[in-house]
Design a protein around this ligand. Structure first.
Ligand code: GLN
Length: 449
């Protein structure tokens, strides 16, 4: 009831596309009734969780906030959802987001914009904006989002909460609508590190339905968080990241001051030369749009999805009409860009080059983690902006500069809500560790919070 009241009182924020009110109440009552006989409680017993509308929940709507899937209903549970349910969680609803998880402000949804609870005139970030606002505004205890290039960490930064993107392959993508399959990961929003660690423990691990999931055993993240002794860490930051011209001066100043407090606390903190920084955003947008153009080819209006009412005998026209009317502008822009970079005349100039950049980044990352436990940076170069203020796609893409690195290299990243900007908006620090090293990521984060 607490969270349902939160949702009812904040409908103007538009965080949810659909709320499963009766069902959630029934499940809560059922869990309550079962309580007296329980020997030990399941790890997420009664925990109220919202899911981004790109994650399948059987017999519930699933649209990726797109017109093309308006009436689609999930046929099965995503592995992450199945594990939440098995752990006793209550799923309270599906959350608004940018269409097919493409965007940074939650202004690209067929279900309307989402507003930041800290200032409803500002964007919540994206693409998992609804999931972030739902936690920020106490409409659920945890949310599941998806992070292809920052879509969990960036809205967490804008909303003043924690946002974790696990390593690529830590959490099964089965039942997650694909945007760019070699980048996508399900991530977690929460207010407390312990909650996030516990949820990760529940959803992570081997899955026969996703061959890219790691078979490495899942550590007891939440327990490790309790026992890990504080120790000095070796922490790197990228020189070029803090010198970047797009970085807001107040964020720069507070991040530098934070780095000094870390040194004072006994950690070894060092600037590392990172001359590839300017290439991460172009490489990300070439590779993700290429993967998206292929992944989204399945929405043709035949098997499922929106079908245009305009009659035609020509199959190509039929596809064109369904897709032109069903997809929004940003998604179309990316399908076209992705098709272009994959086209025979341009493949080597763009796609192959971007793959080379990705490989160089991975090599560089491996070298850095040979010497350091973690890399820190601002999560986003500027705080949440006003709704409608930014319309130039290139400008919006460039703001992904600190987050896309983790997806290009497959490493885990977390945004921690540590600071307030002079505008009054919160902003965060991002921590990244080597691949599959969520234990260090979480314990280091704990020393920061
Ligand atoms: N802003 C990035 C993009 O639009 C991030 C998206 C995401 O992580 N899903 O692609």
């Amino acid at each position: 009831h607490y969270y349902l009241n939160g949702i009812a009182a904040q409908q103007h924020l538009n965080a949810f596309i659909e709320v499963y009110k009766e069902e959630a109440l029934q499940r809560a009552a059922m869990l309550d009734a079962a309580l007296p006989g329980q020997q030990s409680l399941q790890p997420l017993y009664g925990v109220v969780i919202g899911i981004k509308d790109v994650i399948s929940y059987q017999d519930h709507g699933l649209t990726a906030a797109s017109g093309i899937l308006r009436n689609f209903v999930s046929l099965y549970n995503a592995t992450a959802v199945q594990r939440l349910l098995d752990a006793g969680a209550i799923i309270i609803g599906r959350q608004n987001c940018d269409e097919f998880a493409m965007g940074s402000a939650n202004e690209n949804s067929a279900y309307g914009i989402v507003r930041n609870a800290a200032d409803p005139e500002r964007v919540p970030g994206g693409s998992s904006g609804g999931s972030a606002v739902a936690v920020q505004g106490n409409m659920c205890m945890l949310s599941l989002g998806s992070d292809t290039g920052g879509s969990v960490r960036q809205p967490a930064d804008f909303c003043g909460i924690i946002g974790l993107k696990p390593s690529y392959g830590r959490v099964s993508r089965y039942g997650l609508i694909a945007y760019a399959s070699s980048f996508d990961q399900i991530g977690i929003f929460g207010l407390h590190l312990n909650d996030v660690a516990l949820a990760l423990e529940v959803i992570a691990g081997e899955d026969a339905f996703d061959s890219t999931v790691s078979t490495a055993p899942v550590p007891a993240y939440s327990e490790q968080l309790q026992t890990q002794p504080e120790k000095p860490y070796r922490i790197a930051y990228f020189k070029q990241a803090l010198e970047h011209p797009g970085l807001d001066p107040a964020i720069k100043e507070q991040t530098e001051a934070f780095i000094e407090t870390l040194t004072a606390a006994g950690h070894l903190v060092q600037a590392v030369d990172f001359d590839l920084l300017d290439y991460v955003v172009p490489a990300y947008y070439v590779l993700t749009t290429a993967e998206a153009s292929s992944n989204l080819s399945r929405y043709d209006g035949v098997k499922y999805g929106y079908r245009s009412p305009v009659a035609t005998d020509d199959l190509t026209d039929f596809y064109k009409q369904n897709r032109s009317e069903g997809f929004g502008a940003e998604v179309k822009r990316r399908i076209m860009l992705g098709t272009f970079v994959l086209s025979s005349g341009y493949y080597d100039a763009y796609f192959t080059k971007a793959q080379q950049v990705r490989r160089l980044l991975t090599q560089k990352t491996t070298a850095i983690f040979g010497e350091f436990d973690a890399i820190i940076s601002p999560t986003v170069p500027a705080p949440a902006f006003k709704i409608g203020e930014k319309s130039d796609p290139i400008e919006i893409f460039l703001a992904d500069i600190y987050t896309v690195f983790a997806n290009l290299t497959g490493i885990p990243g977390i945004s921690l809500p540590l600071f307030t900007h002079p505008s009054g908006m919160p902003f965060g620090i991002q921590v990244m560790t080597s691949q599959m090293n969520e234990v260090t990521l979480l314990s280091l984060s704990k020393t920061f919070m």
